[in-house]
Write a protein that binds this ligand. Structure first.
Ligand code: FE
Length: 192
């Protein structure tokens, strides 16, 4: 363990001690939160996307209030920053970045991929977003606007991608299976 880790361990212990001592949270609540964070994965967000593709009322709810929409799918959101959902359309494609650090909607997408936290991704998402997503093989149609949205400690974003052609009549489970992590960040587009 290096010095920095030793310091952060001490800080963590001190904060945990205060939170427990002052009755802000119980040890059980902390354990439950760690378990729910560890168990979250992009499959959660994919279930939301697939439902939005098949249920217009749910889609409207998701765009209005991502937190409520996640809770409607039994995803625990209590105490987390609000979740916003950015809809990709024929005119606009959204790309999410945290320019400052690594803010990410972990409850619905799990832990961020390593590149999301990299300085290179955070800088290029702003400087050259089209060049950046091209490295994932993503090319937007001529004239489509690319909007870069900053996730912060106060607001977390996920992308609602467009439903791909050729998926007519598919079940929600089949649809959820084609939605990848990158589709909900905006570096890729779902395809069949
Ligand atoms: Fe951040």
């Amino acid at each position: 363990m290096n010095v920095l880790e030793a310091d952060s361990e001490k800080l963590l212990e001190a904060v945990l001690g205060l939170l427990k001592g002052k009755g802000v949270v119980t040890p059980e609540e902390i354990t439950a939160r760690i378990a729910s964070t560890d168990s979250a994965s992009p499959a959660q967000g994919a279930r939301m996307v697939a439902r939005a593709w098949t249920d217009p009322e749910y889609r409207a709810l998701m765009l209005r209030d991502g937190t409520v929409a996640a809770e409607a799918m039994d995803i625990p959101m209590r105490g987390l920053p609000p979740l916003g959902v950015l809809e990709n359309t024929d005119e606009v494609h959204n790309l999410v970045v945290c320019t400052l650090c690594s803010c990410y909607p972990r409850a619905v997408l799990g832990y961020p991929p390593f590149w999301f936290k990299s300085a290179a991704y955070r800088a290029r998402a702003v400087r050259d977003p089209r060049g950046l997503i091209a490295e994932w093989g993503t090319t937007l149609p001529e004239g489509m606007q690319l909007r870069v949205v900053d996730s912060t400690a106060d607001y977390r974003w996920m992308v609602l991608p467009r439903r791909p052609h050729g998926t007519e009549g598919w079940s929600v489970e089949q649809l959820a299976a084609i939605v990848r992590e990158g589709d909900m960040i905006g570096v890729t587009i779902p395809s069949v």
